[in-house]
Structure formats: C-alpha cells, structure tokens
Design a protein around this ligand. Structure first.
Ligand SMILES: [Zn+2]
Length: 145
C-alpha cells in the first residue's frame, strides 16, 4: 500500500512540475516579446535622432559624420535616379504648358489641367516603334544566313 501512495504522490508532483514549466515558459515568452518591442522602440528612436541630426546638419556635418552623410546623400540620389527610370519605363510626358510630369495616357495635365496636345510625341509609342524596328533587324540577321 505504501508503494502505491508514494507512486501517486510522485505522479501529482510530476504533474505540478510540468504545469510550472509550461507556466514559466509562457512567462519567458511574454517577457521576450516585451524585450523585442523595447528593442524596436530603441531602434526607431535612434532613427529619429539620426534623421533629426541629418536634417539640421545637412549643410555642415561634423567631420566624424561626413562619410555617413555622403552615404545618405548618395543613396537619395540613387532613389531619384531609379524613380526617373521607372517614369521613363511607364512613359511620362512633360506638360508643354507648366512643365509638370504627366502620364502619356492622360488627356489632361494633372498639374495645370490643360488639355494634352494632340500631336504631342508619346515616348511609349516611340519605344514600341523602336522595339519593332529592333525585332525586324534581328529577323533579317537571323534569316539572312
Ligand atoms: Zn501642366
């Protein structure tokens, strides 16, 4: 009898241990996710500090920041360059009246509202023509032999 009593006690003790471990684990999980969110806050705050410093010292960065400032300026230039490329791929026209960029398929300038000139050259059509010409040249080259 004593053996079974002992066995029963051990079992319920084991059960408590398992429950405690599960509870501890979920507690640790919660704390870890709190740490992650704190680290995220620190990261975005650092970014804000950096952006503020950059904006207010753009013209005269302290010497130790010069390389980093150049890196930021160069990267902004890259973004502007890639945006230009996207616009030329999408086919953007310049408004003859106000000089704003306007999509080739729009009938009115989104900036000044003037009607698009009927005979305005369309970069996307030119591109299609270029591609057709290019393909004809390729065909000739392939079939000539
Ligand atoms: Zn315009």
């Amino acid at each position: 009898m004593e053996f079974f009593e002992q066995f029963g006690t051990n079992l319920s003790k084991k059960g408590k241990d398992v429950a405690k471990i599960a509870k501890d684990m979920s507690e640790v999980f919660k704390l870890n996710s709190k740490i992650s969110s704190c680290e995220e806050t620190i990261k975005t705050t650092y970014e804000q500090i950096g952006k503020k410093y950059y904006d207010s010292h753009k013209t005269e960065p302290a010497e130790e920041y010069q390389a980093l400032f150049t890196k930021i300026a160069d990267t902004y230039a890259s973004i502007a360059h890639y945006r230009d490329e996207i616009q030329s791929i999408k086919g953007v026209d310049i408004c003859g009246s106000c000089g704003a960029k306007m999509p080739v398929n729009s009938s009115f300038c989104p900036s000044c509202g003037i009607k698009r000139e009927e005979n305005a050259s369309s970069p996307s059509e030119a591109t299609t023509e270029d591609i057709t010409k290019e393909m004809d040249t390729l065909k000739e080259e392939i079939f000539e032999e």
